[in-house]
Structures are given as structure tokens and as C-alpha cells.
Design a protein around this ligand. Structure first.
Ligand SMILES: C[S@@+](CC[C@H](N)C(=O)[O-])C[C@H]1O[C@@H](n2cnc3c(N)ncnc32)[C@H](O)[C@@H]1O
Length: 159
């Protein structure tokens, strides 16, 4: 989605970043990337790429990145609703928030099946409607890379 908005500049956060597939994309678009994941061993993935990595638990009672403001925040295949608003506040006014994970109904296909990890249709559109303009949104069944219910959201923070 992000490459639709032209060359990147400024800080991009990749939260629950795993092996960094989105961090690499963001870096290739020109963003200054900070990847965050609780798995400290992932530093060995990011160091050779020259990307900053923070080993942080994003589910601490006090959200750990509260003072940061980024041009772009990307979250993929991770959901922790208690800090969703705090995550959205990491996006600067005018900045872009990209979220993609599994959706309700995915239990038909396997895991994740825990409702805590499954977004409802338009859940993020509704939750962030006051602070974000929805740029793109999808909820439905996909076949690639395997059958699943996926929820995608891309919003621009209102200025
Ligand atoms: C399924 S992977 C997704 C990785 C990447 N975002 C992607 O889509 O390729 C989920 C990631 O979330 C991280 N994670 C899970 N709980 C976390 C937490 N409390 N704080 C930070 N990272 C967490 C895991 O370590 C794992 O790397």
C-alpha cells in the first residue's frame, strides 16, 4: 500500500516486526526504519541490514513507545487491543497507519482462532474514525498464501 504514496521520508515503525519483511520494504522506500519486536534474538536479522531494532514487549502495562511520533506505523500479523489506541498515537498528524492481520471467521481455517487475535469487519475504520481518514480497507477471505480471513486497514492521521 505504501508505495502508492510516493518516496518515503522520516521515521517508519514496524511493530511486532518478526523477520523484517516490512522493515526491508520501508527502508527500500526511503524511510528511516525502527523495527520493534519482543524477540531480542531478531537483532541478528536487523544488524546486518543496518536497520535499527528495539527489543521491547509491546504489551507492558505502560506502552513503551509513548513519546515517539512516526510518519508511518506498520503492524502485521499481531493484535493486542488494549494498546491499539496507543499504537495509533504513534502516527504523526498527516502520517500513515497500516494494519493487517487475521479477521473474525478465520477459525474456520485454523489458527489464529482466539477472538483476541481476530479483527471484526471494519473494526479499525470505526475505532479510528475520529483521528484517521480511511484510505483503504479490506475484510474477507483470501487464498494466498493459504485460505484465511484477513483484515487490512490503511489510514491517514487527521491534521
Ligand atoms: C506472526 S509474527 C509477524 C511478523 C511480521 N509482522 C510479519 O507480518 O511478517 C508476530 C511477531 O509478533 C511478535 N510479538 C508477539 N508478541 C509481542 C509483544 N508482546 N511485543 C512485541 N512483539 C511481539 C513476535 O515475536 C513475532 O515476531
Amino acid at each position: 500500500m505504501l508505495n502508492r504514496y510516493g518516496p518515503g521520508h522520516g521515521l517508519a515503525l514496524d511493530l511486532a516486526s518478526g523477520n523484517g519483511r516490512h522493515s526491508r520494504l520501508l527502508a527500500s522506500l526511503g524511510y528511516e526504519v525502527v523495527a520493534v519486536d519482543r524477540n531480542a534474538e531478531l537483532a541478528s536479522v536487523y544488524d546486518p541490514m543496518g536497520l535499527r531494532f528495539l527489543a521491547l514487549d509491546l504489551e507492558q502495562a505502560t506502552f513503551p513507545l509513548a513519546d515517539v511520533q512516526a510518519e508511518v506505523v506498520v503492524v502485521s500479523n499481531y493484535l493486542y487491543r488494549p494498546h491499539l489506541d496507543a499504537v495509533s498515537r504513534l502516527v504523526k498528524p498527516g502520517g500513515i497507519f497500516v494494519y493487517e492481520t487475521f479477521g473474525q471467521g478465520n477459525e474456520r481455517f485454523g489458527k489464529p482462532s482466539n477472538p483476541d487475535y481476530l479483527l471484526a469487519p471494519e473494526e479499525l475504520d470505526r475505532r479510528f474514525s475520529n483521528s484517521f481518514e480511511t484510505l483503504d480497507s479490506f475484510f474477507g477471505e483470501v487464498d494466498d498464501p493459504s485460505p484465511a480471513i484477513r483484515a487490512r486497514y490503511c489510514g491517514r492521521r487527521r491534521v
